[in-house]
Design a protein around this ligand. Sequence first.
Ligand code: NAD
Ligand code: AKB
Length: 313
Amino acid sequence: MHKEKILVIGASGQIGVELTLALRKMYGAAQVVAADLREQNPLLAGTGPYVSLDVMNKEMLHVQIIRQNITQVYLLAAILSATGEKNPSLAWNLNMQGLLNVLDIAREEKLNKVFWPSSIAVFGPSSPRVNCPQQTIIEPTTIYGISKYAGEFWCHYYWQRYGVDVRSIRYPGLISYKSAPGGGTTDYAVEIYHEALAKRSYSCFLKQDTYLPMMYMPDAIRATTELMEAPADRISVRTSYNLSAMSFSPAEIAHSIQKQIPDFSIGYQPDYRQSIADSWPQSIDDSVARRDWGWKPEYDLDAMTVDMLQNLR
Ligand code: NAD
Ligand code: AKB
């Protein structure tokens, strides 16, 4: 029986719903408290405890963590790349202050572990575009990427200076069918499946040959729990791990869908998100994660397409 008590902040989001459900399977429903600014979530209803909480309110967060005897925090509340460009100061404030609040409380309360996700958005136009390595030139040009890169160093600082066991992954674009994505540049790769089933056509906000690193949600959830379960001496990266599964363009995902839905068609109307996508690498080298804690993805594009369409139907 695990004695950990986990708080998932941002539990009603695209990752949060699935991560909360997975953690409840692993640790027991009562051991995983879902928390979000949103009052409730139908996908989590009846599956375990849920509290409405603002991560910006440090006092309330601290009270919850003490009251619920929390030993681990997964912090998912953030503003993503596309929404961030519309309101940069809001994105900076939430993405930074939310993290600092959690790291500070983790230090004071001597929490066992913290998980905080970074993103491939830390990389910028000067980073290598293909097989972008763990350590390289990193000059992000979006406020989201800037906040993630700064956050990585705050994590490293709290680990090095205070011994907080904080672990992190630079997620690629994540594709899932349970919970909707929350304002990112890679969201097209989720929308396209919904529209393929509903309308047999999709108008994409990125150009047809825009390659981006992507991952199916089951792989992302497994990576997260594997990283968090790994012995501390296997974790050599205390900023954030590169993680990779696949890389494809809008034209390629459309082709994969056409194998299942032959009359599906796609058009292209690039908008402001094109320049965000153009600033990111096309593919990621995740050899350090593979070496340190045995990371290996399971889903490629076609396997994901079959599973997405089956579940959405
Ligand atoms: P999301 O936008 O779907 O979910 C974020 C959740 O946080 C929402 O439910 C929102 O209500 C909640 N939230 C917002 N402000 C809050 C606050 N002040 N207090 C408490 N809760 C608040 O995001 P997501 O896609 O699930 O992403 C989760 C994390 O993973 C983020 O840090 C994101 O940057 C990172 N990430 C996501 C992806 C992806 O493709 N989804 C890729 C890379 C990194
Ligand atoms: C986004 O597009 O903003 C996210 C991410 C890659 O961090 N999906």
